[in-house]
Write a protein that binds this ligand. Structure first.
Ligand code: GDP
Ligand code: MG
Length: 163
């Protein structure tokens, strides 16, 4: 079947905004309140003659924190299991925090190709936190602004290279 690309990351990094930008319409709910995506949400995408399914997920939090209900966490884990490529979104304005590290550990264990994506980089300038993210051991961070639509094409080029 078609490759599956899952968008994962802690709440509020902009997963649903990113998903909607690629879908070209508002399917996923974007909220300032963390953790609003309750189910996995799908859209079909075509890029450079590659067809794939994109999945938005609810945020993943460390198991010790009870912010995200277990069911939502499970949905995200299922998406990771199903995915062929994972887009791991982090917040380029806030910088690296411990939940990013915990998710990175989960993703490394999955052995799936992971693209590390700094979202909310709304200017042409590099995020001041850019180099901190190398600590995650997931390679070169890719900078985008989902809100403004910056860097999305270059990211999709990288996504389809992993099929
Ligand atoms: P999710 O919880 O990861 O799905 O995050 P959402 O897509 O709901 O976005 C959380 C908040 O971040 C919302 O207020 C968005 O408008 C905002 N946001 C998302 N992407 C960007 C971006 O590229 N730049 C800026 N400045 N804000 C963004
Ligand atoms: Mg969301």
């Amino acid at each position: 079947g078609k490759p599956i690309v899952a968008v994962v990351g802690r709440p509020n990094v902009g997963k649903s905004t990113f998903f909607n930008k690629i879908a070209g319409r508002r399917i996923a709910i974007v909220e300032d309140e963390p953790g609003v995506t309750r189910d996995r949400i799908y859209t079909e995408v075509e890029w450079l003659n590659h067809k794939f399914t994109l999945i938005d997920t609810g945020g993943i939090e460390p198991e010790s924190e009870e912010i995200i209900p277990a069911q939502m966490r499970r949905q995200a884990e299922l998406a990771i299991e199903t995915a062929n490529v994972i887009v791991f979104l982090v917040d380029g304005r806030e910088g690296l925090i411990s939940s990013d590290r915990e998710i990175a550990d989960m993703l490394r264990k999955s052995k799936k190709p992971v693209l590390l994506v700094l979202n909310k980089v709304d200017t042409k300038e590099q995020s001041p936190h850019y180099f901190d993210f190398y600590e995650l051991g997931i390679g070169d961070p890719i900078e985008i602004s989902s809100a403004l639509g910056l860097g999305i094409g270059d990211l999709l080029d990288e996504v389809v290279k992993n099929f």
